[in-house]
Design a protein around this ligand. Structure first.
Ligand code: FE2
Ligand code: FE2
Length: 202
């Protein structure tokens, strides 16, 4: 049994890792994917969305939706980072190196920073997030319930984010109504699926 190779008192090995490796998870690959996704959440999304949101001045309704997406990406970051360490991985010590490993392109302020250009960027960045998180779901499904649970909760919100920005871009660019089904969050950035409040912020 794989989980019996860890000797009593051994702090260099993890049963939590051995059991998922025994079920076929490529743990090194998974850690790489999680670091890339964490970088995308923190650097690409949370950081750049802050700048993008600042430049939606005059569109207070868009700013409010953008704020939910921005804060929920921070929740994604906070949810997934502890998992990287549990798996025996770590974040790069160098912020620039970390930024450059992001699995999605940096969502830099477009030129000119019109609402249409900003919303297009936001939409495409949510689409990248959906693709990145479902890839984590794919390699953990049925093998690593803990990572799968986290990734699927994040994915829930990324899919909602895509729908929000489709609605806003269709309205702003095409004058079309493409409802997202968005209901107001209870508080900004509530992150109903991914918030780890229950674990770390009681
Ligand atoms: Fe996210
Ligand atoms: Fe998102």
């Amino acid at each position: 049994m794989a989980n019996e190779t860890v000797q009593p008192g051994d702090v260099t090995q993890r049963v939590g890792v051995e059991v998922i490796r025994a079920r076929g998870v490529d743990v090194e690959k998974l850690i790489k994917m999680l670091v890339a996704n964490a970088a995308a959440e923190f650097a690409s999304t949370y950081y750049y969305y802050t700048i993008l949101r600042m430049n939606l001045a005059g569109h207070e309704d868009y700013k409010e939706i953008c704020e939910d997406a921005r804060l929920e990406d921070r929740a994604h970051w906070e949810l997934i980072v502890p998992r990287i360490y549990e798996l025996g991985g770590s974040l790069p010590n160098d912020l620039k190196a970390f930024h450059d490993q992001a699995g999605c392109r940096a969502a830099k302020l477009p030129d000119p920073p019109t609402a249409v250009n900003i919303l297009t960027l936001l939409l495409e960045s949510e689409r990248c997030a959906i693709r990145s998180w479902i890839a984590v779901c794919d390699i953990t499904f049925g093998k690593d319930p803990r990572t799968y649970d986290m990734a699927s909760r994040i994915l829930n919100e990324e899919i909602e984010h895509e729908a929000w920005f489709i609605e806003l871009l269709a309205h702003e660019r095409d004058g079309k109504s493409v409802p997202s089904g968005h209901f107001r969050r209870g508080t900004p950035g509530e992150a109903p699926y991914s918030k780890n409040r229950g674990f770390y912020n009681p």
